[in-house]
Design a protein around this ligand. Sequence first.
Ligand code: SF4
Ligand code: SF4
Length: 292
Amino acid sequence: TPTERPLRKPRWIRAQSHTQPGVQRIKRVLREQRLHTVCEEASCPNLGECFAHGTATFMIMGDICTRRCPFCDVAHGRPNPLDPDEPRHLAETIEALGLRYVVITSVDRDDLRDGGAGHFVACIESIRERTPQARIEILVPDFRGRMDIALEIMRAAPPDVFNHNLETVPRLYRKARPGADYQWSLDLLEMFRERHPGIPTKSGLMLGIGETREELLEVLRDLRAHGCEMLTLGQYLQPSRHHLPVERYLDPEEFDELGDRAREMGFRQVASGPMVRSSYHADQQAHEIVAD
Ligand code: SF4
Ligand code: SF4
């Protein structure tokens, strides 16, 4: 039975801290350039740490999503038209902040014919022009119904790492990822890999929303069977009382053990821990397998 009152957070779940030096500076630059970050929009608990290290996950194509996943804190509704200046603003910001590894993601744009793939390409090209040394990871939506078109468009400027999160086990998709499909997401990872065999693919899940261990291990096997080489596993945290409740807090040892299992299955890079997010220490995760 689902818990009625929220579970108490265990001691290993750190509170947010936005007070580190560097955080205010980055926030100011982001405001000036009218850019959005997942770090802020999704109330990521690592914000203080990541910003202080000069890492951020940019959210392109606006901050309003066409879907409504009950675990997610991003606003939903009718999105704004694409900002043609965004690729330039993004590239200028990355240069100004001296970032060497950037993660770019987006809300779902089911309203766009290419799902936003063209805008991803414009952003990558603009960044490569200005800061060719920066490594780029993209964390993409599932391009529902437009997967082929999106992948063909993205051939023009592939990223250094291609990330798409499965988020949870297939049984919980209807509850946690309405509008998404487990097999499509696996297919997207595999189809990218077929087109770009040299570029690692990455995926992640949030744990503690009701999945069983066996279901999780099955997902990891599926990811490996679809060529995925990088993995993130983190604890789901409820952004507010109105979001999907946490069913269970896994302890740090359990995350360590799951990480070990994933490595045994052949993942080349695994980040597994309560505070791990898809883009947490993404630079370090990629360091080992992305050539300089
Ligand atoms: Fe941003 Fe990712 Fe760090 Fe969270 S983990 S603050 S989303 S870069
Ligand atoms: Fe949030 Fe992504 Fe779901 Fe949109 S598709 S609601 S951004 S998790």
